[in-house]
Design a protein around this ligand. Sequence first.
Ligand SMILES: [Zn+2]
Length: 538
Amino acid sequence: MKIQWKYSIILMGLLINQILSESSNMTVFTHATIYGHPTADAILCEDGKIKEIGQAADYTGYPTVDLRGGTVYPGFIDAHMHLLGLGGSKEILDLVGTKSVETIMKMVESTTKTLPPGTWIQGRGWDQNDWEVQEYPTKEMLDKVAPNHPVFLRRIDGHAAWTNSTALELASITKHSNNPEGGMILRHTDGSPSGILIDNALDIVGEIVPKDSKETKTRQILRAVKYLNTLGITAIHDAGTEFETIQILKELIQKESLPIRVYSMLEDKEKTLFVLLKDGPTKGDFLNISAIKLYFDGAMGSRGAALLEPYSDDKENTGLLMEESDEIAAKVKSYNAAGFQVCIHAIGDRANRLALDIFEKVGNPRMRNRIEHAQNIHPDDVPRFSELGVIPAMQPTHCTSDMYWITERIGEDRLNEAYPWKSLINAGSPVPGGSDAPIEIPNPLHGIYAAVTRQDTTGWPEDGWQSQECVSLDEAINMYTEWAAFGAGQEELQGRIEPGYYADFTVVSHPFEEANPKSILDAEVLFTIINGKVVFKK
Ligand SMILES: [Zn+2]
């Protein structure tokens, strides 16, 4: 009798324990090395947040996930990417890494055979700098292989497009068309359009391409998220979120099927802002809408970045401003007043200086305004970022993709201006790191490696490109964790493994070693954990 009682009490105890642990949603992650906690081997989580970091032996009786000896980093955050664009890029011609015009012509030709005439053929990712003949291609090349399909192929940076005659005709772009403001229609010597459209001229064709349905977009977003989870990414900052994407994300969150946290920089379009601005920022755990993205200049590859001095390989050209300073200033003022952070795309040193001037004059420093890319910065402007509380959000792999040709664009004397992460950090700026996917592959390990080495994955150049700007391993990790969280005003919830923070972890096969940067590239993502739940497992 006595023994039975004892058993029932034990059983009851176990049952209560189980009910407690189920209702309070506790999980222990064990068998791991934990970044920043050298003596711990386990993390106890409750309701999606970290409760304690310690020893597995102290956390018995809870549901347990064995992390197979992996190393736990705070969940990696990609601080600048295009979620829908990334998903969409998986469903159009992928031209990244194509080595010649002929390769692309063949890809387009074979696509024409699978689509009825009149259907748009779209692609993205070509880069004339990767070709033997580093010149812009022409519409005639595409006409040869696709006479009956409109073709619209965006350059790798999205700031130029290659089109054929059918597409130009549908968009009514002729010899007599004027360049739109902030854009350029490249022309043959007789004045007829060559087939290449730069910056705002892209939209003339972009606007007549049939729009994707909501179902298509939902599928593309889920495809992108699943892919990001395999890379260990637990949160992203979406640059230029459109209205429908916000609706899709909200629906996915309601169905508990969005395994990533999204910090949204809304696109600067009337329809998007009209609905979302008046409510002020929304700070949900999975969707935080607190920022608006503006475009100041173009990109370096298409010579659209606004420079203080002309391009070294185009002496008449100092780039393009897509919007006037006054207009940008008026927007900064009103969006900040409405409680939104403003994130300005600025690549050239002139665009960066003007953006800083605007933030200095009318920005509210408490909003932690950002400059997206902050790619070329005049040395005089480097300290202004921290002085004004403006955050430079940068993409390390842009440097290692562009370093082969950037000297042609800006010349030897300005190379010290390019991608100056370390100078900004030394001047006191937190630097959020991102990929700008689909422009670059959104693998955070590639980003961390590029930030540390300024080398490509083969180890070129030997000492790193402009190696004075290499950062330490911890700084590189900060770029994808703490500083990315800071850039979104979420540093008290995200980016660290500490009690009270989100239980978001990236678990890799071995710790990164400062002395052996290849160890970063070699690491395998074993688990991606978001809100205390495993969303990817190798
Ligand atoms: Zn971008």
